[in-house]
Design a protein around this ligand. Structure first.
Ligand SMILES: [Zn+2]
Length: 362
């Protein structure tokens, strides 16, 4: 480390910043003053401008079984963000202070058993078994400042606003799932109309799917889906999926399924509604082990792909390219709050009466 960098990091430890912290092993979060993070030689320090609340953050707020098992305390949470580079580490030459960035929150490429994992060496960083997530295992982005490996930064072009920059991470999940199969001219069923489900629906239509049907039982989210994307929302508590597909002129079922809800009933409805030989991407995370009628899946000759995160960094490249080709992803953003209003923001997400919710840190 150079003398200058050492000096800079010493100055930083004296400074504090606002951070939304899981301070105790219990429900809730606290907005605290924490030490500004120290910058490593191959890292960047980002002044976070906008962040977005994820379902994962809600699990951490609620301190459910998964969160209690996974999240160390105290921890600054948050992994969906955009901001401006405030400082670059001594060995970072491809990025500069003042640049607008978002970034991949999955930190990969740590040494496991003394070497990089096989998948990282093969260039498949999203399959690294040593993956750690900012805001989940490491301090995250709901703060004035974030430190990130420089190699995880994604510079934002002019065409991507600060708000859209803050939802590139969840949009990336949708991109990864939707681009897993060739769905040009196909009929697509998406179960779960949360923000990622709606983004996936929007994207499926954008790239040439014929019919896109999105299901949920939350009227707010279904109405949002119908408003922002050219899709057929279906409230499965009130309408039969079968009747809807018949009314669309579909005879043999959906060609492609994208499961975004994690709900066992939705998975069962999806497999029932698929065509012989259909393909399904699984994104939604079930809260508990579930019963599956395997014989139905086998006799239908279905294929499955499990989606975790984004392909690093091909998904980021495609996500930005798709936005530049006219995909209006900003339409899923429905609420904005100042960082200090985090309790209201989380209440909004908890009630499910929203699309994406932005926290403003500037
Ligand atoms: Zn997320």
């Amino acid at each position: 480390m150079t003398e200058q960098a050492t000096h800079a990091s010493q100055t930083q430890t004296c400074e504090t910043m606002r951070a939304l912290v899981k301070a105790r092993a219990a429900a809730g979060l606290e907005l605290q003053q924490r030490a500004k993070p120290e910058l490593g030689e191959e890292e960047i320090l980002v002044r976070v401008g906008k962040a977005s609340i994820c379902g994962t953050d809600l699990h951490i707020w609620n301190w459910d079984e998964w969160a209690a098992r996974t999240v160390p305390v105290p921890l600054t949470i948050g992994h969906e963000w955009s901001g401006e580079i405030a400082q670059v580490g001594a060995r970072v030459s491809h990025l500069q202070s003042g640049q607008r960035v978002s970034g991949e929150g999955h930190i990969t490429g740590s040494l496991s058993h003394g070497s990089l994992s096989r998948m990282v060496r093969a260039g498949r960083r999203h399959l690294d078994p040593e993956t750690r997530g900012i805001g989940v295992n490491l301090d995250g982005a709901f703060a004035d400042y974030l430190v990130l490996p420089a190699s995880n930064a994604v510079p934002l072009p002019e065409s991507v606003s600060d708000e859209v920059g803050a939802i590139l991470d969840p949009f990336g999940n949708a991109v990864h799932a939707v681009l897993s199969f060739n769905l040009v001219g196909e009929d697509v069923l998406i179960t779960g109309a949360g923000p990622i489900g709606i983004l996936a629906a929007m994207l499926a239509r954008h790239i040439g799917a014929r019919h896109v049907v999105i299901t949920d039982v939350n009227p707010y989210r279904l109405a949002l889906a119908g408003r922002v994307a050219d899709v057929r929302p279906v409230n499965v508590a009130e309408e039969s999926l079968d009747a809807v597909s018949q009314s669309l002129g579909m005879r043999e079922g959906f060609d492609i399924g994208i499961e975004m809800s994690g709900a066992p009933q939705a998975f069962a409805q999806m497999t029932e509604a698929m065509i012989m030989g259909g393909k399904i991407a699984l994104v939604g995370i079930p809260s508990a082990p579930q019963q599956v009628d395997w014989s139905q899946l086998i006799f239908k000759a279905l294929s499955f792909k499990c989606i975790y995160g984004r392909e690093i960094f091909e998904t980021w490249y495609k996500a930005i390219a798709l936005i530049e080709s006219g995909l209006p992803v900003e339409r899923v953003i429905t609420h904005r709050f100042a960082a200090e209003e985090y309790e209201q923001a989380f209440a909004q997400v908890g009630a499910g009466e929203c699309g994406k919710v932005i926290l403003n840190w500037l």
